[in-house]
Design a binder for this molecule. Structure first.
Ligand SMILES: Cc1cc2nc3c(=O)[nH]c(=O)nc-3n(C[C@H](O)[C@H](O)[C@H](O)COP(=O)(O)OP(=O)(O)OC[C@H]3O[C@@H](n4cnc5c(N)ncnc54)[C@H](O)[C@@H]3O)c2cc1C
Ligand code: SF4
Length: 325
């Protein structure tokens, strides 16, 4: 690991001013569960590290009936998983939090760090100077691509590794981002970027921009939500495919819904066609099978990952079926 200077700012302004113009100069540190691994493996070698944990008040959760939920970016994933209002009002988020990594990592890892974590592609994490590191080749294209994306890829084929991001997109969350002396609001749907737009970064943050909090609107009482994750191991494992759904019922039919997939694309993937078809749907087995035919139609699987397509459709069908039973 390279030597670096460690900063402990007391205010957001102080923190923002510590950043230079490039990620090689300065990086933010939250729980460190991702960043320290990247630094130890020389994948990231910042000259300055700014510890966000020294900023006061960014690790709080507040829920106000009628107004919704606000979660500070430095809140631990464990705290979100066990929060009573989140379990009651936003089960999709609590369920996603409970399935992140392992208890130790959930105690230390933060929600801000979770959505900003770097990809897990084994070439990126290994000794390969690929496109995402500034090289000129994607090793996954002709390499081992069992866990890579099936849609939204090119020229890089990562999947976004965050469970929390999938739930937050289904909830249509808004992020407060500190940028150049003021806060701005960014819809989570606009936060992540696909490789065709920027092959080096996974989100829109510029050096010095800091996620401050995450806000989620109040949900109607007829809303049901949930998260399912398929991973090869029961714990300490990333999603092969996951699904988050937030669905509003209207009698026997569905009023509307948002369905998001994890593990299939370089960003959490909003399933626009399925979400649209939920409006007015009577959720029978036959009807769900029928709408699943329209899911992921634009997918372009790589040599080893076509299995993700039936897996994603079956998980979506199972979750929507369970939420509407
Ligand atoms: C063995 C293992 C298994 C895992 N399994 C899963 C899993 O199943 N599901 C899953 O979702 N994750 C999983 N993870 C990832 C883990 O959840 C993340 O490492 C963790 O959430 C990152 O949070 P952190 O606070 O430690 O972030 P850090 O490691 O401190 O930071 C991560 C990145 O985010 C940036 N960052 C952090 N906070 C902010 C902020 N507020 N504003 C701007 N940038 C910020 C940092 O600069 C850094 O680039 C796993 C990790 C390991 C090591
Ligand atoms: S998928 Fe992306 S991160 Fe992985 S080798 Fe290809 S360019 Fe690098």
């Amino acid at each position: 690991m390279n030597n670096f200077t460690y900063f402990q700012p007391k205010t957001l302004q102080e923190a923002g001013e510590m950043f230079g113009k490039s990620w090689h100069e300065t990086t933010a540190l939250a729980g460190g569960t991702d960043l320290l691994g990247l630094m130890k493996d020389d994948i990231e070698a910042p000259r300055n590290v700014v510890n966000l944990k020294s900023l006061p008040g960014l690790n709080r959760i507040s829920y106000q009936p009628g107004k919704g939920l606000k979660i500070g970016a430095l809140t631990s994933i464990a705290k979100i998983a066990s929060h009573s209002d989140i379990n009651k009002r936003y089960p999709v988020l609590a369920q996603a939090a409970k399935q992140v990594a392992s208890p130790q990592l959930r105690n230390v890892g933060t929600i801000g760090g979770n959505i900003c974590q770097r990809p897990r592609c084994w070439y990126f994490r290994g000794d390969f100077h690929c496109l995402r590191k500034g090289g000129d080749i994607c090793y996954a294209v002709d390499g081992k691509n069992k866990y890579h994306c099936v849609i939204g890829g090119g020229p890089c084929f990562i999947v976004h590794p965050s469970d929390m991001a999938v739930a937050l997109l289904a909830l249509d969350a808004k992020l407060t981002v500190y940028s150049g002396g003021k806060n701005k609001t960014v819809a989570i749907g606009d936060f992540f970027v696909l490789p065709e737009k920027n092959v080096r970064r996974e989100n829109i943050l510029l050096p010095g921009e800091i996620v401050v909090d995450i806000r989620i609107q109040e949900l109607n009482n007829n809303t049901k939500s949930g998260y399912v994750k398929f991973a090869e191991r029961g714990v300490w494992d990333f999603a092969v495919v996951s699904v988050a759904a937030v669905i509003q019922k209207n009698g026997n039919a569905l009023k509307k819904g948002r369905v998001v997939l994890g593990g299939v694309a370089p960003a959490p993937w909003f399933e626009k066609k399925i979400s649209k078809k939920l409006s007015g749907l009577i959720p029978s087995e036959k009807n769900l099978d029928e709408i699943m035919k329209t899911a992921l139609v634009d997918a372009e699987p790589l040599a080893m990952n076509e299995y993700k397509l039936p897996l994603a459709k079956n998980l979506m069908k199972r979750l929507i079926g369970e939420l509407t039973a």
